[in-house]
Design a protein around this ligand. Structure first.
Ligand SMILES: NC(=O)C1=CN([C@@H]2O[C@H](COP(=O)(O)OP(=O)(O)OC[C@H]3O[C@@H](n4cnc5c(N)ncnc54)[C@H](O)[C@@H]3O)[C@@H](O)[C@H]2O)[C@@H](O)CC1
Ligand SMILES: Nc1ncnc2c1ncn2[C@@H]1O[C@H](COP(=O)(O)OP(=O)(O)O)[C@@H](O)[C@H]1O
Ligand SMILES: [K+]
Length: 479
């Protein structure tokens, strides 16, 4: 792919972590010669800067001590040539500069780019460029560097980060210290997974990509998921064509969770939906009379796609041996995951299952399953999801910003849709219902998970601004 592109949601994108990017960089430099990539990188950044801030009076460029700083110096040189007013804050040491960055420093100086330690007073139409650290960010920034990050974040002008927002880990989407919060990020050579999960989406803003005229030959470490294919219904189909879903959950005080999952499965297209509540009280009156209420023992598990755990409470544990053994297809959520985490015997039964199975933990549930902490899960969401998938031989959906879908033996996918409006009670139950409906309609476990997660997030992204996003409305909005 040539040229620069905004990352759009209409297709899938391959993602490469730091190690794969370094290998590609070495191959590209061996083929193209020294300094060629940095020149391309700087030119791409300068072009994007002009496009983003066509009326900028000033462009302030914060350049770090390595090659990321070299990219910024190249960009400054172009902007100076084009009659703009770049101004560089440079953190390097001339005696310890890598050859490429040294060449760019010489070019920027020759072009007459001004260097200063003071940050100019930027206006909203101006631009700040973060060329402090990229792939080589090795430890939390301190001192003047940390102060510069704070100044970028406080700037009235938008910030364009080159390659990565400084402080964001390319592989994991975590920031262990001060980090730049950019409005735009131009990812170079490859797209890095960390831009799209964890705190990546908050720090990177709109992501742009320039492959610097290289084809990524290395196998991708992960994929940014694309949209599900449009589902058309054959005229000669009937409700049996779209599968039967049963929701097993809804312990006393939590029946709403089972109704949400059932309503979501129904609205997402399942042919028939049963709700089997663990609370033996009267059927909950809902605005979905299509839901068929059953006692849990009445469910013919071997013929059903079962969404298990939604509001299940501790009572769900007693049902898990049978569900794990018999359910034709299975989504395990919430209390079912907590019960699994607490019982190694159940974990063995999960490993023994041969039927399609999807686990949908949020980070705390994933931590319980892994015997670790939420912080450890969030520190490397891709690895946590992949570990769970391999350990249990199931598809795993690790929820949160940049939901990760992992399957045994496959590179994980990061979901690009969704936003913090989903941070409201019950949206996880809705997701479990969506996954179950995709499974019931015949998708494989990993397709069902990827497509349901994309759909769930896309609904939130399209949600009207003045309208409350509640879980029940989200379930009804499925199509
Ligand atoms: N070599 C090339 O031709 C190309 C390099 N590229 C750019 O080069 C970047 C990678 O360059 P580098 O490997 O030099 O890495 P960086 O420029 O990201 O940073 C490395 C330097 O920063 C220092 N450093 C790391 N963490 C620090 C901290 N917290 N406080 C203070 N100093 C710290 C390191 O000691 C080292 O000197 C990419 O992200 C990309 O922007 C791309 O333009 C592609 C082409
Ligand atoms: N900040 C966010 N950005 C994107 N998605 C989010 C965010 N917060 C929550 N979500 C999504 O909302 C859903 C919440 O699920 P969960 O935590 O299980 O909630 P509940 O148990 O209340 O249903 C998940 O799909 C999660 O990915
Ligand atoms: K940067």
């Amino acid at each position: 792919m040539r040229g620069m592109h905004p990352i759009t949601l209409d297709r899938a994108w391959p993602l490469h972590g730091g190690a794969a990017t370094r290998r590609l960089e070495a191959q590209a430099i061996a083929a193209a010669g020294p300094h060629v990539l940095m020149r391309r990188a700087g030119l791409a950044a300068a072009r994007l800067a002009l496009a983003l801030a066509p009326h900028a009076r000033q462009v302030w460029i914060a350049c770090g001590p390595g090659n990321n700083g070299g990219d910024g110096l190249e960009a400054a040189m172009h902007l100076q040539h084009w009659g703009r007013q770049p101004c560089v804050r440079w953190f390097g040491d001339e005696h310890r500069l890598a050859p490429d960055a040294a060449a760019s420093l010489a070019r920027a100086r020759a072009a007459g780019v001004p260097f200063t330690d003071a940050m100019p007073e930027l206006q909203p139409q101006d631009l700040a460029i973060d060329a402090l650290l990229g792939l080589g960010s090795a430890r939390p920034a301190t001192g003047d560097l940390a102060a510069c990050i704070a100044a970028l974040n406080a700037s009235a002008a938008p910030v364009l980060a080159i390659d990565l927002p400084t402080g964001l880990a390319a592989d994991t989407g975590q920031a262990n210290g001060p980090a730049v919060q950019a409005q735009h990020t131009l990812s170079l050579l490859t797209l890095k997974p960390g831009l799209f999960t964890g705190v990546g989406r908050d720090l990177a803003g709109q992501v742009w990509f320039d492959a610097l005229q290289q084809c990524a030959t290395a196998q991708a470490d992960a994929t940014l998921a694309g949209p599900p294919p449009t589902r058309t219904r054959a005229h000669a189909s009937h409700k049996g064509s779209y599968g039967d879903v049963a929701v097993l959950g809804g312990a006393p005080g939590m029946r709403g969770a089972a109704v949400l999952a059932g309503s979501a499965a129904l609205h997402a297209g399942a042919g028939r939906v049963y709700v089997a509540a663990l609370d033996s009280g009267p059927d909950l009156t809902t605005d979905a009379p299509e839901l068929m209420w059953r006692a849990p023992a009445e469910l013919a598990l071997a013929r059903l796609t079962v969404a298990c755990g939604c509001g299940g409470g501790p009572q769900i544990a007693a049902w898990l041996p049978q569900v794990l053994a018999e359910a034709a297809q299975l989504v395990l959520d919430a209390d079912a995951l907590n019960a699994l985490a607490a019982d190694e015997g159940l974990q063995d039964r999960l490993r023994q299952r041969r039927q399609p199975t999807v686990l949908t933990p949020h980070p705390l549930e994933a931590a319980r399953l892994l015997g670790s902490s939420t912080a450890a899960v969030q520190a490397d969401r891709l690895a946590a999801a992949q570990t769970l998938a391999e350990r249990f031989g199931a598809v795993v959906v690790l929820k949160g910003s940049g939901t990760v879908v992992a399957a045994p033996g496959q590179a994980p996918a990061i979901n690009p849709t969704g936003n913090a409006r989903l941070a409201t009670a019950g949206t996880g139950d809705v997701l479990a219902g969506f996954v179950a409906s995709h499974l019931a309609a015949g998708s494989s476990a990993s397709e069902a998970a990827r497509h349901a997660v994309y759909q769930h997030g896309a609904l939130a992204d399209a949600w009207p601004a003045g309208q409350a996003l509640t879980a029940s409305a989200l379930a009804r909005a499925a199509n």
